[in-house]
Ligand binder design. Structure first.
Ligand code: PRX
Length: 700
């Protein structure tokens, strides 16, 4: 980050909101409680977490070893303890809250269900017995590719119950992406559904799963299919079975499999700066501990709350704050299957009204999209039960924050802007709602037990107000990832190598203000954050070059009013550059191609055909230049090292975007971000004389 040394933050957000007095009076954590937690953690962070682990988790065999750092930075916590995560989410509640509603479900077509803790326990046990009967053993990987329905949570909890390791693949991912993840995990069993409802359409999950399996997933032996939409789907005999038929014969009791604290609970694939997604591996006890605690600390959960985290179970937020944390905390959670704007922009608010949602946790992209529809939409609904709002997944711009605060929260609900990652497992930095004064756009401070810092290239703390640097975590924490599945080298290189194993490198840059509040500035690697979803630019480039007409591609991000960031692709063809309608048609074809290869989320908004990419004489692609061009910013960097300066004019020319919208004028902050990114060493290029095959280009 040498280039970043003197970068000053340009965001001046002066507004500050104290926690509303009425909220603070009843809050779970008061100022003095929080101070005590900080003091305890500062004094002895290992003892701090270990004491909490003894209090919060029901252990089958208590642990005596607290933190094992003998193989640091592969840290392990509470290693000789035995527990079961599903037992801690379900069985522990049966005596006191067996009849309490665990899940309120609303499907997109409007169907609703309420499932009590006792019923959920029974269904999880029953499905755990199904898994066992299908030959799934402790440690086996099970891939879950489902809509956002209670059975997705049941499947996850059932895996946890028998010690199987689940890997949920977001239902919006394509068959190719599903196959890649199945193969990397070496999964034996796939759980899917005939389909799910989204935006008024049925998403044909089983058909996509079949396509993935046809592409070659040799480890998959059995497929279990949940009937959701009732639309016809092909069942392959000997391999595929219906969930309801298998479950019908099974008991609703299932002894939990006691596993050691470090037993892998799940893998979740996320994008990194190379083409291959990383299987982030989480352990059982530490993850359970922190998701449970943060559910209570950050969301101030009370017995009568209705907690709605809108995230899909395909993302980490849907793991930590749908499938695990709130259940461990004994909460009533709401799940909604479909799109926020179906059948109209009032759907979210109608759900809040009808189910008496008290805590809403969603993403800035959704907030911005709903904000655009105008204040009159939410004003038609009674949102008076809401008492706390949350945001996650990407920086929230102050305008969206203020709208959320004013229109949805009626000025009375604190907003918790929670910073964390797939890798961290649980919320790391956030306001504590009854205590911390909030500022629009800041995730404020680390929670107790989390030792975050901002450091320069040499690993020294950056203490100057507003100066940017690497966001790092200086001490291990229980819910941290343990490794990358099958590739510990990559774990070490990605998160630890930069500062010689001293700190965990989050991959974000940040700065602190005069109050010591953290402001996340964005990613420092080649990862985009599109609508709160992480996408590696290399993954998209690999997908593009796998197309028969694409020779080379470079992908950058540009600001997008709703999605935060959108995908901008520069594409070099292996044939003459098309013009006019032919160019539009090819751009559309490439968009469909990327959606099919990866996911519709990765579809480039802008595609720019060019004869060449800007490169230095040593062959490095000048990404900062491409980013500046994509964003319509002035080019500030030195272009004298360009091998092919004539290409600049062509790169400035017309691009192919569906809306044909001109690139937005860059904000000063965006310029800082653009200037900050170091150039990547190589462009993704098709190998000569080899047919286009996605897997191959990805391995580069
Ligand atoms: O860049 C940060 C951004 O999302 C990244 C993590 O993405 P993922 O692993 O998909 O997890 C998202 C849900 C936890 C981070 O490196 N990010 C997440 N939360 C925030 C954020 N950026 C700013 N503010 C946040 N609250």
């Amino acid at each position: 980050m040498a280039k970043q040394k003197n970068i000053q933050s340009v965001l001046h957000e002066e507004r500050k909101f104290a926690p509303p007095a009425a909220f603070a009076r009843k809050a779970n954590l008061k100022s003095k409680d929080l101070d005590a937690l900080y003091a305890r953690a500062a004094n002895d962070y290992v003892g701090f977490w270990s004491d909490l682990a003894r209090e919060e988790i029901v252990w089958q065999r208590p642990f005596t070893r607290e933190l094992d750092d003998t193989e640091a930075p592969n840290f392990r916590w509470f290693t000789d303890g035995f527990l079961n995560v599903s037992y801690n989410c379900l069985d522990v509640h049966l005596a006191e809250r067996g009849d309490k509603t665990a899940i309120i479900f609303e499907g997109e077509p409007g169907d609703t269900r309420r499932i009590s803790y006792r019923e959920l326990h029974g269904q999880v046990c029953q499905f755990a017995n199904v898994l066992k009967q299908q030959g799934v053993n402790k440690g086996d990987r099970v891939v879950i590719y489902m809509p956002l329905i209670p059975e997705a949570v049941i499947a996850m909890q059932a895996c946890a119950r028998i010690g199987a390791v689940h890997s949920v693949v977001f239902g919006g991912f394509s068959a190719h992406s599903l196959a890649d993840r199945i193969n990397d995990a070496g999964a034996r069993l796939l759980i899917t559904a005939d389909g799910g409802w989204r935006g008024g359409h049925s998403v044909e999950l089983k058909a996509a799963a079949d396509k993935a399996l046809e592409a070659g997933c040799p480890t998959i032996e059995r497929v279990i299919v949940y009937r959701r939409t009732g639309r016809p789907c092909v069942m392959r005999s000997g391999r595929d079975s219906w969930w309801h038929e298998l479950a019908a014969g099974q008991r609703i009791q299932c002894e939990p499999e006691w596993v050691d604290a470090e037993h892998p609970l799940y893998l979740l694939y996320t994008s990194g700066s190379t083409g291959k997604p990383k299987g982030i591996q989480h352990a059982s006890a530490g993850y359970l501990l922190q998701t449970k605690l943060t559910s209570r600390w950050v969301f101030d959960l009370k017995d009568d709350d209705v907690f709605w985290c809108t995230a899909d179970v395909g993302w980490v937020t849907g793991h930590s704050y749908v499938a695990y944390g709130p259940l461990a905390a004994g909460t009533t959670l709401l799940m909604y299957e479909g799109a926020p704007t179906y059948p109209d922009g009032g759907r979210f608010w109608k759900i809040c009204q009808e189910h008496g949602v008290t805590i809403l946790y969603t993403a800035p992209t959704a907030i911005r999209a709903l904000m655009r529809l105008g204040d009159e939409v939410p004003k038609k609904y009674d949102l008076s039960r809401l008492r706390l709002l949350g945001s996650v997944g990407e920086p929230i711009n102050p305008e969206a924050w203020m709208w959320y605060h004013r229109v949805i929260g009626a000025g009375r609900c604190p907003i918790v802007d929670t910073w964390w990652q797939t890798e961290t497992g649980a919320i790391m930095m956030t306001p504590v709602p009854g205590v911390t004064a909030t500022k629009p756009g800041s995730c404020t401070r680390p929670l107790p037990g989390i030792f975050a810092d901002i450091v320069d290239d040499e690993g020294r703390s950056v203490n100057k107000v507003g100066a940017g640097g690497y966001l790092v975590i200086k001490r291990p924490w229980p819910s941290m990832l343990r490794t990358i599945w099958g590739d510990n080298e990559r774990y070490l290189n990605t998160y630890w190598e930069k500062f010689h194993n001293r700190f965990y490198v989050a991959g974000d840059s940040a700065h602190r203000d005069a109050d010591g509040y953290y402001w996340i500035m964005g990613r420092i690697d080649d990862v985009l954050n599109v609508a709160g979803h992480r996408l590696g630019t290399m993954e998209i480039e690999s997908a593009l070059v796998a197309h028969v007409h694409v020779a080379e591609a470079a992908v950058v991000g540009r600001q997008h009013e709703i999605k935060g960031e959108s995908v901008f692709a520069y594409v070099v063809l292996n044939k003459a550059r098309p013009q006019g309608a032919a160019a539009d048609a090819l751009a559309d074809e490439l968009r469909r191609w990327v959606a099919d290869q990866l996911s519709p989320i990765a579809r480039p908004d802008d595609i720019h055909f060019t004869d060449n990419l800007p490169k230095t004489r040593s062959g490095k692609i000048m990404r900062r230049l491409l980013r500046a061009l994509a964003r319509g910013e002035a080019i500030t960097q030195d272009v004298s090292t360009l091998e092919n300066p004539a290409i600049l004019e062509q790169l400035r020319g017309a691009k192919h975007s569906p809306s044909a919208a001109p690139a937005k004028k860059a904000t000063p902050k965006a310029k800082v971000k653009a200037a900050r990114k170091p150039p990547r060493k190589t462009a993704v290029k098709k190998r000569p004389a080899k047919p286009a095959r996605r897997g191959e280009s990805k391995r580069r």
